[in-house]
Design a protein around this ligand. Structure first.
Ligand code: ATP
Length: 295
């Protein structure tokens, strides 16, 4: 399958500080990709690089087969919905649709009109008077009516209540199924990502910690619980992702493709949230140093 987004040693520096470093990913087309990580991890930076809004400092990125920056034809195939649901407060819903039609060569006016009607948005209402959920839906409509091959959404549901979030994500999934476009979506709400994403990227401290299809990742990660054990004594093919110890017990998340036969361990499967938290967990050495510094 062709790649929708490829990055090779991609990096972006703001001043002297790296916002994204050594990012190498290869995302096949046809996925809904969840991008997750703590505040400041570099998610928006990666999405802006993919949307052609930023120039890489190092490495390269190709989207839909070529570098996105400055390529108008390619940018027309990328829908980008920035953080904080970017709409113009002083313009009406109808103005937004007119603007969308003027700016986008592939604009699907029928789709935009049908969606706005189905959502019950008043065409004459100014965007600034809409609720957060309605504004998010308007921004999504503008992104979808471009008929993009790739839709990028930066924290689209952050300000929405649980019901509005569910409706937004349901609308997104229906539209994606109809249009057969790929989606990259960032969010802090892993339970939402769990519902809609089949591909995951975890970004921590400007580095990609893990990326891959959700089912494959869940099959390859295990939580081991048992008598306290030094992780150095685990088999070489069990890669330790996170660990917690009490005086008597160890809980270790490992990645391995091999079966785990050690009878001392109780082996359990992770949820997507467990998996994300394991990668976001600070290494034990860092935790120990922080603890000692506080003493
Ligand atoms: N325009 C900018 N100028 C300087 N530094 C920036 C700029 N934009 C982002 N940064 C820095 O780059 C790093 C990554 O920021 P980015 O917005 O990509 O993170 P994020 O993962 O999207 O965070 P959040 O979850 O809080 O939205 C942060 O340290 C941030 O302070």
């Amino acid at each position: 399958m062709t790649a929708v987004l490829q990055a090779q040693d991609l990096g972006k520096k703001y001043g002297r500080r790296w916002a994204l470093r050594e990012c190498t990913i290869d995302i096949p087309a046809g996925h809904v990709v969840g991008l997750v990580g703590p505040n400041g991890a570099g998610k928006t930076t990666l999405l802006k690089l993919a949307g052609g809004h930023l120039t890489p400092t190092s490495g390269g990125i190709t989207v839909l087969g070529g570098p996105p920056e400055g390529d108008r034809a390619r940018l027309a195939e990328i829908g980008f919905v920035a953080q904080d649901t970017p709409v113009y407060p002083g313009l009406s819903v109808a103005d937004h649709l007119r603007l969308g039609a003027r700016l986008n060569p592939g604009w699907d006016a029928a789709l935009a009109g049908e969606r706005v009607g189905r959502l019950g948005l008043d065409l004459s209402a100014r965007a600034g008077r809409l609720s957060g959920g309605q504004r998010a839906q308007l921004a999504l409509t503008l992104g979808l009516a471009k008929r993009p091959k790739l839709l990028i959404l930066d924290e689209p549901v952050a300000s929405l209540d649980p019901l509005a979030r569910r409706e937004f994500l349901q609308g997104l999934m229906e539209a994606v199924a109809e249009q057969e476009c790929s989606v990259v979506l960032s969010s802090h709400l892993v339970s939402d990502l769990e519902r809609v994403c089949d591909y995951l990227i975890v970004l921590v401290d400007s580095h990609v910690k893990v990326a891959g299809e959700v089912d494959g990742l869940l099959d390859a990660h295990h939580r081991l619980t048992g008598p306290r054990r030094d992780p150095d004594r685990l088999p070489a093919d069990q890669h330790v992702i996170s660990m917690r110890h009490t005086d008597r017990q160890s809980t270790i998340v490992v990645r391995t493709d091999a079966p785990i036969h050690d009878p001392a361990w109780t082996v359990s499967r992770l949820s997507l949230e467990d998996l994300v938290l394991a990668y976001m967990d600070k290494p034990a050495a860092v935790r120990r140093a922080a603890l000692e510094a506080r003493r």
